[in-house]
Design a protein around this ligand. Structure first.
Ligand SMILES: [Zn+2]
Length: 284
């Protein structure tokens, strides 16, 4: 007696030996195929859109590219907390630039200007700026680095705090790293040059954040004291300032306010600093 026996008398005899269990393997494959067709691969263009702004310096209306954060998936973080995402690097779009007058700023600081700062940017940058082509659909790393440089010049002209300058330089160093890792540059000399520019940005970020930590109220660029110290420790390690790196990372580890996650990272960093110090002393 089969599970479906007895159906013959209802004219459904052909089902009497039918398999009840759904053939999953075949069905899944079919589902998968259907899915593939419905969701095409996400591109960088899918993740950005144009946002409208009115420039506080020249009053013109302009658009700047914004990232749809919800579409992005974090792939991991570097030791200095640089986030890496799948599909694209949102960091490239972190500066808002007016293509008419050149006023540029990290999103975090955009438009937060005193009258004096506005006058200075208008006189020093706006009156000399020749305009920028704003027609590209997505930014290359070079496009992004240029915009970050404009933001850095604006920060200098408006006499920005060291925290803002440090944050810009830290992110710029990440852009140089992103470009190095992007597999678009193959020339050894060019790669060396990018690495030295990355180091230069890190050096300025280190000096600026150190100055900010001793003179500015917390948070520094939205970060608490331990996060800034941790980043400083990692920058110091990359710059081979091992003594400073060791002191900074230890102060994070013994802090009562440090989160478990940051403490774990700090412990890993301390081991790395120790190992590098050891290998350096062997080499010498
Ligand atoms: Zn403008």
């Amino acid at each position: 007696m089969g599970l479906l026996s007895g159906l013959e008398s209802f004219g459904l005899g052909k089902y009497k030996n039918a398999k009840v269990l759904k053939e999953e393997a075949q069905a899944t494959q079919k589902d998968g195929e259907a899915k593939k067709v419905k969701t095409p691969k996400l591109t960088e263009e899918d993740c950005i859109y144009d946002k409208h702004y009115i420039c506080p310096i020249c009053d013109s209306s302009f658009t700047s590219k914004c990232v749809r954060a919800g579409k992005l998936k974090l792939a991991g973080k570097d030791m200095d907390l640089r986030p890496r995402y799948e599909v694209m690097d949102p960091l490239k779009y972190d500066v808002i630039t007016c293509d008419k007058c050149g006023y540029s700023s990290l999103t975090r600081y955009y438009g937060k200007l005193t009258t004096r700062q506005m006058m200075d940017i208008r006189d020093e940058i706006g009156s000399h700026f020749s305009g920028l082509d704003n027609s590209s659909t997505i930014f290359s790393y070079e496009d992004a680095i240029f915009r970050f440089k404009l933001a850095l010049v604006c920060a200098i002209v408006k006499n920005a705090k060291n925290s803002e300058r440090g944050y810009l330089c830290l992110k710029m160093s990440w852009l140089y790293r992103g470009l190095r890792e992007s597999d678009t540059v193959h020339d050894e000399e060019k790669l060396k040059q990018l690495q030295s520019e990355e180091l230069e940005c890190m050096e300025t970020a280190y000096d600026s954040f150190s100055a900010a930590l001793s003179k500015e109220p917390l948070p520094i660029a939205g970060m608490d004291e331990n996060t800034v110290k941790y980043i400083l420790a990692e920058l110091a390690r990359r710059l081979k300032k091992y003594e400073e790196a060791g002191k900074l990372v230890s102060s994070v580890i013994v802090s009562r306010q440090v989160s478990d996650r940051l403490k774990d990272q700090a412990l890993t960093l301390r081991e790395q600093i120790k190992a590098e110090m050891k290998s350096e002393s062997v080499e010498q």
